[in-house]
Design a protein around this ligand. Structure first.
Ligand code: DNO
Length: 357
């Protein structure tokens, strides 16, 4: 496995790359041009500048998370064509600078959703929390306002420009069914996959987080059935999955060890993190340790080791520990602990495999 670390860019992250450099085993930085408005093509000069900077620390810059998909494409609007053209241009430009994987998602309006960014855990640290009751009864506008005004660092997926358009967006999705959304995803993929193949890039769809419908909006990347359906759209080697244990795993109906066995080989990128699910369906993010949450992280890494997984992996959201002030879920300390845990498991499983041969 090719260990990576997500970073939000110069002046846009509390974590610096010389700090990441001191985490053992990290080979690459997962990046994006976070200042680009969704839908605009990424230019070569701006890509080069970011890639050069990342490489100057000795990291590779082969994974981009995310190139976000404009709502017009998800809605299947007439003006989707120009946004798809821009997306293709971005793919080509990223390919020129050695990018191998692009993570994207197809969630209407909202990306990842939580009710609380700093819920206290029993050990005094804080983490992202999802309280069903609150999310289901809250006005989505209020939620978006809270999250987008959290700090001067925009949370990905909660860009303030959405606030002004929220009513218009909800109206646009009013009659959309899951089938319609699938159809728009299929259309998008059929357009972009040949371009991605030519550019040597794998597209890796991120599952919905949480993997169920919120605010009455359709959500389609939710579990085993949807992953199979996605793969059935095209057998292009560029049609892949971002295997996110925490997103899929916040639903009890998803057995993450079984899903790793089935889908790891179609997942060029994996996000590995743990969540603890409560009896009423609420969930909180925890440390990466299996015993701290509801997901068998050890079992997932064992499956990855079984196929000598050579895709990119990153620890996902960590807790906020030791008083660190950071982007919610994206501090240095707990993700560094997560990396050491994942690499420790990996080393142990790989060694056992060799000894058994
Ligand atoms: C949240 C992330 C998501 C993810 C996108 C991928 O922390 O897991 O925002 O990057 O959904 O497109």
């Amino acid at each position: 496995m090719n260990m990576t670390f997500r970073w939000y860019g110069r002046g846009n992250d509390t974590v610096q790359l010389d700090q990441v450099k001191q985490i053992p085993g990290v080979k690459g930085i997962v990046w994006a041009l976070h200042h680009k408005p969704v839908g605009e093509a990424w230019g070569k000069n701006e890509i080069k500048s970011e890639v050069d900077y990342i490489k100057s620390f000795g990291f590779h810059a082969e994974v981009v998370e995310s190139v976000n998909v404009h709502e017009a494409i998800k809605l299947g609007n007439q003006d989707r064509e120009s946004y798809i053209e821009n997306y293709k241009q971005t793919i080509r430009n990223l390919g020129e600078f050695g990018v191998k994987v692009i993570c994207y998602n197809f969630m209407p309006i909202f990306d990842w959703t939580r009710s609380d960014l700093f819920r206290e855990l029993p050990d005094g640290s804080t983490a992202l929390f999802y309280e069903k009751e609150i999310v289901e009864n809250r006005d989505p506008k209020e939620l978006i306002q809270t999250f987008s005004s959290y700090s001067d660092m925009t949370l990905p997926g909660w860009e303030p420009e959405k606030i002004g358009r929220i009513k218009e967006l909800f109206d646009a999705y009013k009659d959309m069914t899951e089938e319609d959304l699938w159809e728009n995803l299929r259309y998008f993929l059929e357009e972009i996959l040949p371009v991605a193949e030519e550019a040597g890039i794998k597209m890796a769809i991120h599952p919905d987080d949480p993997p169920w419908s919120i605010f009455g909006l359709p959500r389609i990347m939710t579990g085993r059935e949807s992953l199979n359906k996605l793969l059935s759209i095209s057998n292009s080697p560029s049609n892949g999955i971002t295997f996110c244990t925490g997103s899929l795993g916040s639903s009890r109906s998803n057995d993450m060890v079984a899903l790793s066995a089935e889908f790891a080989h179609k997942s060029p990128f994996a996000h590995i993190r743990n969540v603890k699910i409560f009896d009423n369906g609420d969930f909180i993010e925890t440390s990466h340790l299996t015993s701290d949450g509801s997901i068998d992280i050890k079992g997932v890494v064992k499956e990855l080791s079984a196929i000598n997984y050579d895709g990119y992996v990153r620890p996902d959201h960590g807790r906020h520990i030791w008083g660190e002030k950071c982007r919610p879920g994206y501090g240095l300390y707990d993700r560094a602990l997560g990396i050491m845990h994942l690499l420790g498991l990996w080393d142990a499983f790989q060694t056992m495999k060799k000894e058994n041969h």
